[in-house]
Ligand binder design. Sequence first.
Ligand SMILES: [Zn+2]
Length: 263
Amino acid sequence: MTFPHGDATLSHIVPWLDDLLQTDVTPDYSGAQNGLQVEHVGPVTGVAAAVDASLRSVEQAVAARANLLIVHHGLFWAGARPVTGPLHRKMKLLLDNDIAVYSSHLPLDRHPTIGNNVLLAQEMGLMPSTLWHPYKGVPIGVVAEADLPTAQLAERAKVFAERYEHHLVVTRHTPDRRSRRVAICTGGGASSESIREALALGADTLIVGEGPHHTAVDADEAGLVIMYAGHYATETLGVAALARVVSERWQLPWSFLPAPTGL
Ligand SMILES: [Zn+2]
């Protein structure tokens, strides 16, 4: 079902998004502030998607004539702070141009059809079979069964990362090694905890956005291969899919606002 253009207002779109993403029941970091972050007078006439609610993204949204900006990392990660400097410039641009901001972090990471993790699995040619890596009891990542050379999977991850100008880093593996169970967690997915969980799940390969250096050392010692495909790159998929479904439902133009350097 599609709505006529006249119903393309935040009063319709925001509850629909909150319901789709299960925003209210998905725990998250306090800075995420999932949901509508900035309202506007409206109606919505154009949708834009960006990974970060950066000044650059806001400037791009203005140039694209979009007045609903959908992001993964919202405006308030740093918590309450004075609206001065770059934050003031951003807020002024948003308000002067009547641009609303909707942000979705973990709800978008974990969504079963338009989530970052499930879409990254698809990009890797993998079919998720189960969920893993809970945050406050709610699993965020996906696990996929596979049987292919680790080098072949790394090549797919390399091609994907390079689309976003990211240089893939992969931990050591032999030419004949095969990946049979692959755990995926986009963004900052590599940590001591996620390595422990991945090994407990029987995963032999972990695909993440990024992680601290020690995770590569720890994984190598444990026989786990980690592919670091880029925090930015691995989180482009969900926001783009979310903007697309909104545009389809309300018959609105949409665009993805790229940040090739990740900023
Ligand atoms: Zn992230």
